[in-house]
Design a protein around this ligand. Sequence first.
Ligand SMILES: [Fe+2]
Length: 445
Amino acid sequence: MSERRTGAWLKSLRRLSRQVGLYPTGHPLTMEALQALRGATDDLVPEGGQVVISATENAFYRNRTIMPHVSLEYHSFIRELDERGVESMTAIHPVTDQDLLDLAAFLANVSGDFPADGSILLNERYLTPEDLEAAPTSELRRSYVSSLDALRGVTGTMTTEGRFEMAPVVTAVEGLFEQSVTQSSASLLLSTVKSHDEYTFYHSVNVCILALAVGRMIGIDRKHLIPIGVGAVLHDIGKTAVSTSVLNYPGRLDQEQWKEITLHPQEGALAILAAGGPGHEISATVAFEHHARFDGAGYPGITRQRRPHVYSRLVAVTDTYDAITTRRSYRRAETPNHALNALLGGMGESYDPDLVRTFIDMMGIYPPGSILEIAGGGLAVVVSKSSEPGGPLEALLVRDGGGRDIEPEHMALEPHQVTGQLLAEQTDIDPAALLESVETSVQAV
Ligand SMILES: [Fe+2]
């Protein structure tokens, strides 16, 4: 699928651009980055053809197709391109190494020259207003990006000043809340967006989206749900107080290091209390107790002998689910189904049994974004769970029985047709990238 190739190309372009900004041409790391971009370019640009990558205010397009996942994952790159006045890049086969280097140098602002060989052209007018209007989930993406921005801002000022402003976080969570009401299935699907480079930011926003959805399902009102969402977004903000050497320590932590890590819930809670804002005591409680177990174990230790607050128990469930389904440097991502089983296994000890049941009820046995192998061959991606228990799932057929990629096609998938489940990284499929094509059919549920 082209979205993955576009993502790989942007990633290698950004890497090369950072390299040429730091080291002279010919540096081994620069040559390595060029080699990677060379490969990604060969994958992206068809023989004898051309590809136009455009960057609009909040989205990347490949030719005329919006790339929703890539737009979120590389949205900070959209801004870097904007700062250099780049709206589109047209890559024409065969793209020369020199042009790749020139483009990277131009983006890094170490050179004002456009690619000289002419195999990459900048700012050829391409997208029409009609193309831009055809992107229906821009509001949802905007809320997601605002939340990432808010969290980046908070992390920045927490690191430099030990404090932060609450208002942008509340506004961002309110946006996610509105979207979860009007586009509940689409926002759940959006929570399958992951980033390896900025794991914590994307993870925290996903934990928030999922917590808002569960909270709505169990009838928590908006007044309480917004602070819960804020607590979910900020649950790990106290990690800014932990030294990076401990946070990134590759081996087993010694007692001292572990003690430092376990302070992050209270550091986060204190910072939230200091920042204030509507219902901030709730947000602080969530941050304080997100590692407390249902049975009172876990940390901070003062929660022994009593259960954490139900709001914290809720966030503990969504935090675990998103963490398991996300790839980390030390382990692969697991399937949504695997994550649900982990929650089931920890029911009553680590997790609140009622909330685990509610969560599974909400997500279905095959949560949105699951990639399923179906009887007779073929692959389908789950869009939303069935409206009645045991009924068919709403899914998109993306590969036919012969193993060929096809234009996504809506289908009602009976659970008994499912023969297996795959990880996104085992396929060339990006579940969140299908968002745009399903959005028109998934309205408020
Ligand atoms: Fe944490």
